[in-house]
Ligand binder design. Structure first.
Ligand SMILES: Cc1ncc(COP(=O)(O)O)c(C=O)c1O
Length: 378
């Protein structure tokens, strides 16, 4: 596995602005979003990968103000559901610029996308190709390939992606149906620290294009998916380091192939601080526990998917090990059992979770009656 790190500093939300937001008091957990960071992240992506248009993965943060800022900064979008499509149409994003990247879609969802004018649909099976073709004979398709997720924190290769034998069957079926199978995609795994996953994906796509051409199809789209990482507590390869590592693979992609990517986390995570509060402290069998008003179910789901958040406080005491848990009664609601926090942390202290703008409010629910985090975009 080729891990590449470099000392390029990532941008992050201005903590002074977070403090300002607290001047009027605190009621519930909230996600603070620094809009200048959102803008800067789109610019950095485009600067590092000028041939690749970022199509934001709405799922990582569907807040309307976030989407508006990313749209204004020139990002495109990929969507996964009729509700996300509706948000895009409400924002005035032209349907023909949207990519429907959920590999298995309900018939009603396909019909809604067709009615809105969406052209591009992902598939990873013969069944999905037939289903969409019946509803939308003029649709264009990109094929999701099963590729390596090695070195990614959140694996995404377990549920979707065509294996080589499926690829051959899908191409044969597309030719038989007269369907416009014209692209390929993959997902390197979310929070991918191993740039080789993109090289592997690009090479798999190039092989797929060769197969498509041999069958009489005309490939036109390469979609690099998401996976571009952000810094929490572990060093990461910067977007420029990733760009350098995949430069020669990208150079092999013919000029008539449009290249896009679907960054989610990369564009929104650094802009956000999740602000919450300690609601209880205890000791259990020699371990210290801090219970927060925000946990796995209402904002910090990713703490149980392998993301090691950077929890910060205003306290300055010596650091010691804590278990950090959320407010619900479910024993799944434990964010981490080995968090370094000041030993003088007490009930009522604020906790600031750095770079938490992705998959936080997006994945939160109201289990046990605890509120969703508010979102404050500044
Ligand atoms: C199809 C697709 N594209 C893009 C993304 C965004 O990935 P990331 O947030 O790692 O950039 C996801 C995440 O699940 C996805 O499923």
């Amino acid at each position: 596995m080729g891990r590449v790190f470099d000392p390029t500093k990532e941008v992050q939300a201005d903590f002074a602005l977070v403090k300002d937001a607290l001047r009027n008091g605190y009621q519930n957990p909230f996600l603070f979003i620094d809009s200048s960071v959102l803008r800067e992240k789109v610019r950095r992506f485009k600067d590092a990968l000028p041939r690749v248009r970022p199509h934001f993965a709405i799922k990582s943060n569907p807040h309307p103000e976030v989407l508006t800022i990313l749209r204004d900064e020139g990002a495109g979008f990929e969507f996964a559901s009729p509700a996300e499509l509706r948000q895009m149409l409400d924002l005035g994003v032209p349907a023909r610029e949207l990519f429907y990247s959920n590999p298995v879609k309900a018939q009603e969802a396909i019909q809604a996308a067709v009615a809105a004018g969406v052209q591009w649909y992902v598939i990873d099976s013969v069944e999905e190709l037939r289903k969409i073709h019946q509803l939308a004979p003029n649709a264009s398709y990109y094929l999701r390939l099963h590729t390596s997720n090695e070195g990614s924190t959140v694996k995404l290769s377990g549920k979707f992606g065509a294996f080589p034998e499926d690829v051959t069957r899908i191409i044969t079926e597309a030719v038989k149906l007269g369907a416009d199978l014209a692209g390929a995609t993959f997902h390197a795994g979310s929070q991918c620290l191993n740039p080789d996953n993109w090289n592997i994906g690009i090479n798999a796509a190039l092989e797929t294009f060769a197969q498509m051409r041999a069958a009489g199809l005309t490939p036109r789209l390469l979609n690099l998916g998401g996976g571009f990482p952000v810094e929490h507590t572990e060093a990461i390869p910067s977007i420029w380091a990733i760009a350098k590592e995949i430069e020669s693979s990208l150079a092999q992609v013919p000029a008539d192939i449009q290249i896009i990517a679907e960054p989610g986390r990369f564009l929104v995570s650094d802009a956000g601080y999740l602000v919450c509060k300690v609601i209880g402290i205890t000791s259990r069998q020699g371990s210290r526990w801090a219970y927060l008003d925000c946990g796995v179910f209402n904002g910090l789901l990713e703490s149980i998917t392998g993301i090691e958040y950077d929890f910060r406080t205003d306290k300055t005491g010596a650091m010691t090990e804590w278990t950090v848990a959320g407010p619900t009664c479910d024993s799944m609601d434990i964010c981490t059992r080995s968090q370094q926090l000041p030993e003088d942390l007490v009930e009522g202290d604020m906790v600031y979770v750095r770079n938490a703008g992705a998959y936080s409010n997006a994945c939160a629910g109201t289990f046990n009656g605890f509120p969703l985090p508010d979102v404050l975009v500044v």
